[in-house]
Design a protein around this ligand. Structure first.
Ligand SMILES: [Mg+2]
Length: 198
């Protein structure tokens, strides 16, 4: 099985795009908005499944003074992604050669809903292990166990690509073949070296 992180591996993203769009719809400036939507304790709670989408949105509305509906919020928060095309191609190459593929991501329901609508490749994985559904985030060992069980693979049969060193370190500790994604060329050549693609 080949396991992909999403952010900065298959999808590039920039929270500043959302922050700039939010300023006309709330009472905060770009920097304050960024602190709230990128790596905040609130986002962490949401991506760990400790609060629901409705609760997250209600909190954001009161803190930010966001004036729109949830649908508009979802559109602004989600529309920050650009596919990393060589990596989407790598995913398709692996799929066409019969390898199961998994998404393994720290993320949230609003973002996934947006990504599923916007990017057809997202719907073509064999499985999805998402932090907000599992109520635990990488690099916590519990979410790695969930992936091992769901894939039915032994640790050494799992190839994992992620751009965050702490996530890779945790995987290597379990015996996964985990590789720090630094650029598409490196990740492609790892797959080639393992004989997964020509
Ligand atoms: Mg990432």
């Amino acid at each position: 099985v080949v396991v992909f992180d999403l952010g900065k591996v298959l999808l590039d993203f920039d929270y500043a795009i959302a922050a700039r769009r939010f300023i006309s719809r709330c009472r905060m400036g770009v920097r304050q908005i960024l602190q709230l939507i990128d790596q905040s304790p609130l986002l962490h709670a949401y991506e760990t499944g400790l609060i629901s989408t409705d609760e997250f949105f209600a909190k954001i509305q009161s803190i930010m003074g966001f004036q729109g509906e949830q649908a508009e919020f979802e559109q602004i928060l989600g529309d920050i992604f650009t596919p990393i095309e060589p990596m989407v191609q790598l995913l398709e190459d692996l799929r066409s050669r019969g390898y199961p593929t998994f998404v393994f991501s720290n993320t949230n329901e609003l973002t996934v809903r947006f990504i599923r609508k916007a990017f057809p490749f997202y719907s073509r994985f064999s499985g999805y292990i998402l932090s907000f559904e599992q109520r635990v985030m990488k690099p916590d060992p519990r979410i790695y166990t969930v992936l091992e069980r769901a894939s039915g693979c032994a640790a050494r049969e799992i190839l994992y690509l992620d751009d965050r060193p702490e996530n890779i370190t945790a995987a290597i500790g379990r015996g996964w073949q985990a590789v720090l994604h630094e650029n598409p060329e490196k990740s492609q050549s790892v797959c080639r070296g393992l004989g997964l693609i020509p």
